[in-house]
Design a protein around this ligand. Structure first.
Ligand SMILES: Nc1ncnc2c1ncn2[C@@H]1O[C@H](COP(=O)(O)OP(=O)(O)OP(=O)(O)O)[C@@H](O)[C@H]1O
Length: 225
């Protein structure tokens, strides 16, 4: 369902020169598989997730999601493809502050199917335990509840792949495991493949497949001037 081949990404640096952040010969994830990615801070894990999602365009190589090489698509094409095939859970949730939980989840469907499936939005919010908070805005929700809305939104467009970038980084320890369980269980139920980045070994050890970023990536973020 996901296959990366010789994916490269460089960034021009503010002080001059270029930083090679990604040089990944190969990474594959099967349909419905759950993979955890660990690695040192600043190594390029978020850049990898952005590249898989098509938020960032790879400089070279293939990023094949569901049979399509998104590295060959235009920015608009990547945006459309992402909306229909990929869910994303951000560290900082990225909810729209002016909209309720239900509206945020419905907006997650807009680009994918072009339809607002209100029943599905409600179902997802019920699934993440927010049946009684659907009409609350993000500022009226706890941080953990906001992340639950973000999880519901990420699945709204019926993605085949969910990318979760340190989804518990801003959650208090007592609620971290609940969020991890929620992501893993809903992915299983919806047969969504999962690639989850974490700094927590306690979280990583729960996965059958642990990938170390340093083993995947030849670049190791060394600057060349
Ligand atoms: N748009 C950009 N322009 C220039 N450099 C960038 C850009 N985006 C990321 N970088 C650099 O790429 C490197 C990798 O960043 P990235 O955010 O992918 O790391 P990370 O592994 O996700 O880190 P963390 O675990 O701390 O979140 C960093 O050194 C960062 O400064």
């Amino acid at each position: 369902m996901l296959e990366l081949v010789d994916v490269k990404k460089q960034f021009p640096q503010p002080g001059g020169g270029t930083l090679t952040v990604l040089d990944i010969p190969k990474l594959s994830i099967d349909a419905g598989e759950q993979v955890v990615l660990i690695g040192r801070s600043g190594g390029g894990k978020s850049t990898l997730l952005h590249t898989i999602a098509g938020i960032t365009k790879a400089d070279g190589g293939k990023v094949i999601v569901n049979g399509y090489d998104i590295a060959r698509l235009s920015e608009a094409g990547r945006d459309r493809f992402r909306a229909g095939a990929i869910g994303y859970v951000f560290q900082t949730f990225n909810l729209l502050g002016g909209f309720t939980a239900l509206e945020n989840v419905r907006l997650g469907m807009t680009f994918g199917s072009g339809r607002h499936d209100i029943a599905r939005a409600r179902h997802l919010l019920e699934r993440v335990g927010l049946a009684d908070r659907m009409h609350y805005k993000p500022s009226q929700l706890s941080v953990g509840q906001q992340q639950r809305v973000a999880i519901a939104r990420s699945l709204a467009g019926r993605p085949k792949l969910l990318l979760a970038d340190e989804p518990t980084a801003n959650i208090d320890p007592a609620n971290q495991q609940t969020i991890i369980d929620l992501i893993r269980d809903t992915c299983r139920e919806e047969q969504v493949a999962l690639l989850l980045v974490t700094h927590s070994m306690q979280v990583a050890e729960q996965f059958d497949r642990i990938e170390k970023f340093e083993d995947l990536n030849r670049a190791m973020a060394t600057a060349s001037i």
